[in-house]
Design a protein around this ligand. Sequence first.
Ligand code: ZN
Length: 429
Amino acid sequence: MIRFYNARVLTMAKGTEIQQNAEVWTDGDKISFVGVPTRQQLDEAVFERQTDLKGDLIMPGLKNAHTHSAMTFLRSYADDLPLQDWLFKQVFPMEAKLNEDRIYHLTKLAILEYLTCGCTAAFDMYFFRDGYVRACVESGFRSVMCGSVSGEESRLCELEDEIKKYNSTGSGLISYMLGIHAEYTCSKGLIKGLGELARKYKAPTAMHNSETQKEVDECISRYGMTPTQLFESVGAFDFGGTTFHNVYLTLEDMDIFRRRKVVCVHCPASNLKLASGIAPVAEMEKMGIEIALGTDGPASNNALDMFREMYLMTTLQKVSCKDASACRPQTVLKAVTVGGARAMCLDECDIIAPGKQADLVVIDLNKPNMQPLNNIPANIVYSADKTNVRLTMCAGKVLYENGEFFVGDDVHRIYANANRIINEMKNEV
Ligand SMILES: [Zn+2]
């Protein structure tokens, strides 16, 4: 067992209430104890490691609920372009040069970055899954993948193959959700087929949704309804779902999310950088819609930093609502922990409680930007950054601590491989 003591604990079980002078114990991949132990409990426990946190804070690991991890190869490669040009002229041609091995190495780079910001799970939409899974499992990092097919109906069989294969890998770190890339990249047959698969497997589905006004307008002219309404009409949300971006929504769209228990993943940095807009998060929150936070891929962000997303989430709502009380720290912290877990169907990873998965982060409060301790949740959202992440634990294993990585590979070799791969790709015709 591992024992963290002299800790403050933000369990996220009851809002942002913090337990003082508490302990968190982990046993294998699970949390075994939270609170103040009795003398007898301490005497009986056998610990392989005991760490005095000196008042630092333990909270649930942050969840990146929308990303394309291996897109690290496009970081700062094609910036300053509108979404359609960026996607069709820069991203798709380079993606055509990817393969299993490249995805493996590029994903390893993304995992390092996730760990530095306290992220313990990523909801990844990409391809060459075997390379991705190998990188995650070897590193000890948790991931849920979602379907990313586009084009014609014939690709539905890939989704069926993937849901069977990746929900039975034998690794507790890996799972899979049905999904398609987006309405604007899929045929009507493929979208209808997604709804049929949702019903067949009684499963939620995931997709990019209403990221730009153009996407919504074109969908309305094609089908006479918004993308959200189209997905609902084919049954894709019959068992819930998770949608990414949601910048341009009607009241009816939001009502569908509320009724269907669809989790909306907000990607503020990507929406800003691609000039897409600001999602109506405060309005969604008022309607009782579950919200999660994601970075989107490192080609459109360009960081994989949940602290930056948290800060942007709250400040963008304040300015768009012209209301400084909009989107408070508790809303943001819920989105980046519990909301993310709901988005990925990771109910065992949402809060710090006995029996839950030991996916947690230690935030260093003994730093100038975290003092004084007037309001710790506000400090985390408004003034913390990833340099305050002292330790990241995933499924009971410490993968990052005090700037060092424990992912079974050499960090400089991971950087060298990523640079080698992008140079090879640039030179391939
Ligand atoms: Zn995306």
